[in-house]
Ligand binder design. Structure first.
Ligand code: COA
Length: 250
């Protein structure tokens, strides 16, 4: 039997989500999004859970959305699990910590904009290759990224698709600290546990205040969603997906 591609463990007030599809670079499938949506809802509803920790495995955070799933969604459009995941990220109440080692591509990079604390290994590499795939940004990145790092860098990352490493992410304020690979998970868990031990009501209220009114974000996510669904069906996207699927098969 194949291993479950996602593992969810509750320990000391922290609900840890580990992506375990390393043979496919932790590319995210509908099943994996559904499991994460469920974990977020569980954390928000369970008084015993004070923080969430999201991490990859075997030197890969995630290669982003599964491209095979993109192809399937283009053929049968509906509300993609990926989109419901993005909405649940934007409305999450529980503090979210990420531990990132290796590539963090697409949604793997944009989701850090919704995290409260982000820790990276030296080999972390962020990339938002939406335009190269004939797509548009998601997870509110078209709004949140320029707010966080300015329009110049946001354009470099979202339009040119330039990648950036842990050091750049740290100096741009997207990552809290860079830890040696061997210490990353332990440190990120300790920080999540420290959050989980704070008074819950005050912590959640502080998170809400730090993020401010979510109306503009929710509106932008819907706008990105409409543009994304249209882009998925385009010849540009179809050609990019086919090129990815055909790699190494010539
Ligand atoms: N969707 C589906 N499968 C993916 C995937 C994705 N996003 N990313 C990687 N995989 C699969 C590969 O097809 C390959 O499968 P195979 O062994 O059956 O051929 C396996 O994962 C290993 O990937 P590979 O590309 O050989 O590993 P690598 O170490 O050379 O490169 C990445 C790793 C992450 C840099 C590279 O896989 C990549 O760029 N992936 C696509 C990222 C992307 O564009 N995501 C969409 C963002 S919107």
């Amino acid at each position: 039997m194949s291993q479950t591609p996602i593992e969810i463990v509750e320990h000391e007030g922290v609900l840890t989500i580990t992506l375990r599809r390393a043979q496919k670079k932790n590319a995210l499938t509908s099943l994996m999004y559904e499991a994460m949506i469920e974990a977020f809802a569980r954390a928000d509803a369970d008084a015993n859970i004070g923080a969430l920790l999201l991490r990859g495995s075997e030197g890969i955070f995630t290669a982003g959305n599964d491209i095979g799933d993109f192809i399937a969604c283009a053929q049968a459009p509906g509300k993609m699990a990926a989109w419901r995941f993005v909405e649940s990220l934007a409305t999450l109440q529980t503090p979210l910590v990420a531990a990132i080692a290796g590539p963090a591509i697409g949604i793997g990079a944009t989701l850090i904009l919704h995290c409260d604390l982000v820790y990276a290994a030296p080999d972390a590499l962020f990339k938002m290759p939406f335009v190269d795939l004939g797509l548009v940004p998601e997870a509110g990145a078209s709004l949140l990224l320029p707010q966080r790092i300015g329009m110049a860098k946001a354009s470099e990352f979202l339009m040119l698709g330039a990648s950036f490493d842990a050091t750049q992410a740290h100096s741009l304020g997207l990552v809290n600290d860079i830890l040696p690979q061997a210490d990353l998970d332990t440190y990120a868990f300790a920080q999540a546990k420290a959050l989980a031990r704070k008074p819950r009501g005050a912590l959640r209220a502080t998170r809400r205040l730090l993020r401010g009114d979510s109306t503009a974000l929710v509106t932008r996510i819907a706008e990105e969603g409409a543009a994304f669904v249209q882009a998925l069906q385009s010849g540009e996207a179809q050609a990019a997906f086919s090129a990815f699927m055909a790699r190494g098969k010539a």
